[in-house]
Design a protein around this ligand. Structure first.
Ligand SMILES: [Zn+2]
Length: 406
């Protein structure tokens, strides 16, 4: 059954590509559409032309190119934090030992496909040199995958002096990076203490800004988070140990905050045997992971009630988690009590804003790129509908349609 579905998908992808090349308008009807900014429209008819949304109207007579009248339409979902290169290797473990570059690239291509089929039409990879070729193949339209952004290589405490860090930032910009990633604290499996000095963080985020790049900071401890906020960095991820003070500071300075509470740790524990013994995935590391789950949930509940905090949706998806990105959204709603509409806004229009792409993606409105998905059920009432992605369109091309109509 699964194989059959994939075959259908590939045929439709080809049909979709030729349809958009002919500039024929395409009409999609749904039970309702959630526009990514908080508005729902019943019985929508969305017209797509030349890869962009031309109009969104309600209760229009006539036939649709895609009759999805029993489904809910949403903007394509966005994940601000994936590791698209990561996968289980030849021995089934989270190690790429003995792989050829071609094998590694094909694994990443597979992860890109899986992520797109799960309804994620944009993903930010944090980040690997492999991302560059995959990003370019996706952009050429020859590889099905999300619009891909990448940090290529991170800055960390060993990158060097502030001057050396500034040179490094200019180099990755020249290599094609979409953002700069800073490793400003240890891993959560090693306690999460600050690693980069305040001066190193200032150099990286300052040079990123001067080069027109966003900066994105891995930081667990309160001191690392504070240093990054005060250095003017764009976004902070993890923040597992932050208190109300850092949450308020991020809100006050307009820094995006991306906690990861619902997929990454759970995935490590589900796949414990495949990670165990690699790097810091040891007994102590797994203990930090287990203990961290309720702490991160409590932190997130505080974050949701922090006025003005821009709470973006990133998963930190690695090997075993690709294609399950929506579990982060589902966890936020089911376990932390975040209103479903807010969780969906964060995973679409707020995420787009955090990537500097608010004028192109993340909402359904005339002039936006035609990134649309359809799910079976109404995620405003039952967030698990996000597990049932039936239709995926990216830039006007249909990559998936397993609806019972056409
Ligand atoms: Zn990560």
């Amino acid at each position: 059954m699964a194989l059959r579905r994939f075959a259908v998908t590939f045929v439709l992808a080809a049909v979709g590509a030729s349809a958009s090349a002919q500039s024929q308008p395409v009409t999609i009807k749904g039970a309702s559409v959630f526009d990514g900014k908080g508005r729902s429209i019943p019985n929508p008819a969305i017209v797509v032309r030349d890869g962009k949304i031309a109009s969104v109207r309600s209760a229009v007579a006539g036939n649709a190119t895609y009759d999805l009248r029993d489904l809910t339409l949403l903007p394509g979902l966005i994940d601000t934090h994936v590791h698209l290169d990561t996968h289980f290797g030849k021995d089934g473990r989270a190690s790429t030992r003995g792989e050829t570059p071609a094998e590694a690239t094909l694994h990443e291509a597979g992860n890109a496909y899986t992520t797109l089929m799960a309804g994620f039409t944009t993903a930010q990879s944090i980040g690997s040199p492999l991302d560059l070729d995959v990003r370019s193949a996706i952009a050429r339209g020859v590889l099905p995958g999300p619009r891909l952004l990448t940090s290529i290589r991170p800055v960390n405490e060993n990158t060097g002096t502030p001057d050396q860090i500034r040179a490094f930032v200019r180099k990755i910009k020249a290599d094609g990076a979409d953002l700069v990633k800073l490793f400003a604290s240890k891993s959560s499996r090693e306690g999460g203490a600050q690693t980069m000095t305040d001066e190193q963080i200032q150099a990286a985020c300052g040079e990123a800004k001067a080069s027109g790049l966003r900066s994105w900071v891995h930081a667990h401890s309160p001191s690392a988070v504070r240093a990054a906020v005060l250095a003017g960095c764009t976004a902070i991820a993890h923040g597992s140990q932050v208190t109300g003070v850092e949450l308020a500071l991020m809100a006050q300075r307009g820094v995006y905050f991306e906690p990861n509470i619902g997929l990454v740790s759970q995935n490590y524990l589900e796949n414990r045997d495949r990670y165990y013994g690699i790097g810091n995935f040891d007994d102590q590391g797994f203990k930090f992971t287990e203990d961290g789950i309720p702490l991160k949930l409590a932190m997130f509940k505080r974050a949701v009630t922090t006025n003005g905090l821009k709470l973006v949706m990133g998963t930190d998806a690695g090997a075993g988690a690709h294609g399950r990105n929506a579990e982060e959204i589902i966890y936020r709603v089911q376990m932390a009590g975040q209103p479903a509409a807010d969780a969906l806004i964060h995973a679409t229009s707020l995420n787009a804003e955090s990537l500097g792409l608010a004028d192109r993606i993340g909402s359904i409105a005339p002039g936006m790129d035609a990134d649309l998905i359809a799910v079976d059920g109404d995620p405003l009432k039952d967030i698990t509908a996000l597990r049932r992605v039936v239709f995926v369109m990216k830039g006007g091309t249909v990559y998936k349609n397993v609806s019972t109509h056409r």
